[in-house]
Write a protein that binds this ligand. Structure first.
Ligand SMILES: [Cu+2]
Length: 193
């Protein structure tokens, strides 16, 4: 055998012996040393990890809304978008959704695609508004839905419980107004890492 191989083998045996002796002594005194830094790190993070905007503050204002304006709103416009299209947060954080008139926000579990959202007659609900009842304008698909905001008839910030985003993944976030979701693709993504 080559002399180098002999020396290396001897070193490995010695290391094994040291580790073998040290492990039992360490076990009782440091039961969960790795858990403590992890908790500290997440506690140091701000609760709100990102802001996502539904619509634009300078457009679609409540003052401009009226019963006669509703059909106009139903046409859907370029302003009925989500900014930015994707936000990234850490586990334990949530998102501040700024919503301008008129939107309703729903969060769906990772794995849900826009095409999975059902918009047939059985999954549309009436909206009660300051201007009266508008039939079948809200998407009401409870499958894999984790959170649902109120309708924003005026500027509103909605912050769902951080437990909503309790596992890593890509969460679909939609506006439930069917004339925003369908013709203008009013949805975005919350990526939890
Ligand atoms: Cu909308």
């Amino acid at each position: 055998m080559h002399p180098y191989s002999i020396r290396r083998s001897a070193t490995l045996v010695l290391l094994a012996a040291v580790v073998g002796c040290a492990a039992p002594a360490d076990a009782p005194t440091a039961p969960a040393p790795s858990a403590t830094p992890a908790r500290s790190a997440s506690a140091a993070l701000p609760l709100v990890g990102a802001t996502m905007r539904f619509g634009r503050p300078d457009m679609n204002a409540f003052a401009q809304m009226s019963p006669s304006a509703m059909p106009h709103t139903q046409a859907g416009h370029a302003v009925d978008r989500v900014f930015p299209g994707t936000v990234v947060i850490a586990r334990g954080q949530t998102v501040a959704f700024e919503s301008f008139p008129v939107h309703q926000i729903a969060v769906y579990a990772p794995g849900t695609r826009p095409a999975d959202i059902r918009v047939d007659a059985e999954h549309l609900a009436d909206a009660e508004t300051p201007w009266g009842t508008f039939p079948d304008v809200l998407i009401d698909d409870p499958a894999n839905r984790l959170a649902l905001s109120p309708i924003s008839f005026e500027r509103m910030t909605w912050t769902p419980d951080a437990a909503t985003f309790d596992r890593p993944g890509r969460y679909l976030v939609i506006c439930t107004l069917v004339f925003h979701f369908v013709p203008t693709n009013m949805y975005g993504w919350v990526e939890v890492r």
